[in-house]
Every structure is written in structure tokens, then in C-alpha cells.
Design a protein around this ligand. Structure first.
Ligand SMILES: [Zn+2]
Ligand SMILES: [Zn+2]
Length: 369
């Protein structure tokens, strides 16, 4: 089957919200460019060349230019085609308006370029910055530009919460309503099946099939149903991922080969095959289930990278081990783990995938794949 997604020449991801901040550690993988750390912030700081109190200093590294971490996720993703055409999606919006605003002002991505906001699932740590994001995106667009589309699953719970055995329900704050999103200036689009967005450059999944025996949803998850009270909702069926297709890079190598006529200089090319890149919000459906489903949607393209929250922070050791092994078996090359992945799972992924297989996602980073 011919792939449905076009090949992108490059993919740039600005991490607007994530749980972890580390502006010092470099990318451990030469195929994943990472910037936005202290060096970038310092070299882009205020000009000091005319400051006579600090002769010889060129720039000031300001602490208030560093993004702040928050529990949640928001990724601004731009795919560029081989002909130079770019399309941008904002994947989730983090937990609160102030966190989105602060980091967007510090990281300064091109918000006006966002064509679509996709919400991965109805959970406040992904939807809480939505109204602020719409407002900032709309005010960054030129007059007359199309308003931002907001791609949502139609099944919005009135409330979501958690109820561990023997404890009362703890409710999350409500997600923004469809009406509030429209009032903020977004154009609501409701989808529960796979479809493409942003000029066809990206695909949003439908419901993710639950296949593995060890990925069992969000433990103790509940939702409030009008007239029905709190009901079990561990499956979180509204969760959807985002994916796109990245072209491989070809590197030429000059080789000296010894033949019958003596040493000959030949050119060989090494295809660093890339493929699908999948973004997952919280992986309540299971990151392995989500990874497998990318290959249902695009069966003839390998899965190159997975980025986002893998929700393993409170998982049993067996599940963490099975997840790392199964992602490796699926042929994934890079795991940009963040949000709810947890340090134990990141450690296990590093161990199983080897050097460069884990690229931790830090807030304030810009990754180029
Ligand atoms: Zn969630
Ligand atoms: Zn989450």
C-alpha cells in the first residue's frame, strides 16, 4: 500500500511544556539536534557591548529567559517538505494558561504558523493552557489569516478524576468546553477516526487498539457522567496520537577498496533510514499499543521515533521492561521520552536501546529530527 503521508525533509519540535528542565545536557544522538539550552539562551541574551561596567562581555545570560517545567505536555511541531513548504501543529497545551504564556514568551516559537491544535486526550494537564494558546496564536496571525483549528475527540467528559480503592474521588479541573474554545477564536473540529491535518502533512489517529496484555489503561481513572455520577474510565478511549513521515538522510562515504587492479576509491552511500515519527500525549492506551498502531496506519513505513509521555512513572518494573523490549523489537530508533515517562523507565530505555536510543525531552529544548 502506498504511504498516505508525504515525506518531510525535516521536523522541528519546540518543547513548550514538559515535566523536566535540563538546559545543560546535550543530545546523546548525533541524528537528533538539540538547542535551547544555556548556550542558546546566553548567545541570544541582551547585548552588553555598550555596557561599560562589564567591558569585554558580549551578552547577558538571563535566568528569566529559561523556560519553567510544569506537569503536562505541549509541543509545537513544524514539518518542512523537500520543496520547503512548512506546516505546523501544536500538540497539547500544558496544564495552565500562565505556564503556556510564560514559556511561549521565553522560547518565542512562531505561534502564528500554527494551523491546528490537536488535543491528545481530555486531561487537564494537556488542555489547561488551551484558551491562552488559542489567544496567543490568533494574535500572532496576520490579518485575514485562517483561524486556528482545534482538533478534539467528541467525547469530552464533564469531569475526569481518580478513585483508588478505599479513597474518595479526586476530580481534576474541567477541560475547556467546546463553546469556550470557539469563543476564544478556535474552530472546533471533532474526530474519532484517523485523518490528516495541516495540509495533509500530519495524521491524527482514531481510537488506539488495545493489544498488549500489560498496558491496561489509567489505573483508578473515573469520569463524571451527568445523572450517572462517577463511573470507571480506565480505558481513556478518547486518546489519539499524532504522526508524520520523515525522509531518511543519505550520507556519502568515500571508501578505498582493494580490488584486482589495486586500491580503488569508491563512493558508498549510507541511508540513515528514518520513517514515521509519532507523538503521544500520556500513553494511557499504552505506548507500545500506540507504536504498533502507527504501523497499522502506515504499514510500509518503519517507525523511526516516538516522542511524548509514556506514562510509566508509576508502572510495575515488569511493564517498564516489557515496554522497552517491545519498542526495540518494533524497530524504533529514537525515544524522546518526557512528561509522565518517569526516571525509572528512562533508565530502562537507555539500558535496552543503547547509546542514542533515549533522548530525554526537556522543556525549553528545540529538537530537529
Ligand atoms: Zn492523561
Ligand atoms: Zn498527562
Amino acid at each position: 500500500m502506498a504511504p498516505q503521508l508525504p515525506e518531510l525533509a525535516s521536523l522541528t519540535i519546540h518543547v513548550l511544556i514538559d515535566n523536566e528542565l535540563d538546559p545543560i545536557s546535550p543530545s546523546p544522538n548525533p541524528l537528533v539536534e538539540q538547542s535551547g539550552g544555556m548556550k542558546t539562551i546566553g548567545l541570544n541574551g541582551p547585548d552588553l557591548t555598550k555596557d561599560s561596567s562589564r567591558p569585554g562581555a558580549a551578552r547577558e545570560l538571563r535566568m528569566d529567559h529559561i523556560c519553567c517545567s510544569a506537569h503536562g505536555l505541549s509541543l509545537l511541531i513544524t514539518g518542512t517538505s523537500p520543496s520547503g513548504e512548512s506546516h505546523t501543529v501544536l500538540f497539547d497545551t500544558g496544564p495552565e494558561d500562565s505556564a503556556f504564556e510564560r514559556n511561549a514568551l521565553r522560547l518565542k516559537p512562531d505561534l502564528g504558523a500554527v494551523e491546528t491544535i490537536q488535543l491528545s486526550h481530555w486531561h487537564r494537564d494537556h488542555s489547561g493552557g488551551m484558551l491562552q494558546a488559542i489567544s496567543m496564536i490568533q494574535s500572532s496571525k496576520p490579518p485575514g489569516a485562517d483561524p486556528v483549528r482545534v482538533d478534539l475527540h467528541p467525547s469530552r467528559p464533564t469531569y475526569r478524576g481518580l478513585q483508588p480503592p478505599g479513597l474518595p474521588v479526586v476530580s481534576l479541573e474541567p477541560d475547556p468546553t467546546f463553546e469556550a474554545i470557539e469563543q476564544a477564536g478556535g474552530v472546533v473540529e471533532k474526530h474519532d477516526v484517523a485523518h490528516t491535518v495541516a495540509g495533509g502533512a500530519f495524521m491524527v489517529s482514531g481510537e488506539i487498539p488495545r493489544v498488549t496484555p500489560y498496558e491496561r489503561g489509567l489505573r483508578f481513572g473515573v469520569r463524571y457522567v451527568e445523572g450517572g455520577g462517577w463511573v470507571g474510565d480506565e480505558e481513556m478511549a478518547d486518546e489519539r496520537f499524532l504522526m508524520c513521515r520523515l525522509k531518511g538522510t543519505i550520507t556519502f562515504l568515500a571508501l578505498l577498496v582493494k580490488g584486482a587492479e589495486g586500491w580503488v576509491l569508491t563512493l558508498a552511500f549510507v541511508g540513515a533510514g528514518k520513517g514515521l515519527v509519532m507523538f503521544t500525549g500520556c500513553s494511557h492506551a499504552g505506548v507500545v499499543n500506540a507504536a504498533r498502531h502507527t504501523l497499522d496506519l502506515e504499514p510500509d513505513v518503519p517507525l523511526y521515533a516516538v516522542m511524548g509521555g509514556f506514562h510509566l512513572a508509576d508502572a510495575e518494573g515488569e511493564q517498564i521492561a516489557a515496554t522497552a523490549q517491545d519498542l526495540k523489537a518494533l524497530g524504533v530508533k529514537v525515544l524522546l521520552a518526557g512528561h509522565c515517562t518517569g526516571w525509572r523507565a528512562k533508565f530502562e530505555i537507555q539500558k535496552v536501546m543503547g547509546e542514542g536510543g533515549l533522548v530525554p525531552s526537556f522543556v525549553g529544548s528545540t529538537f530537529v529530527l
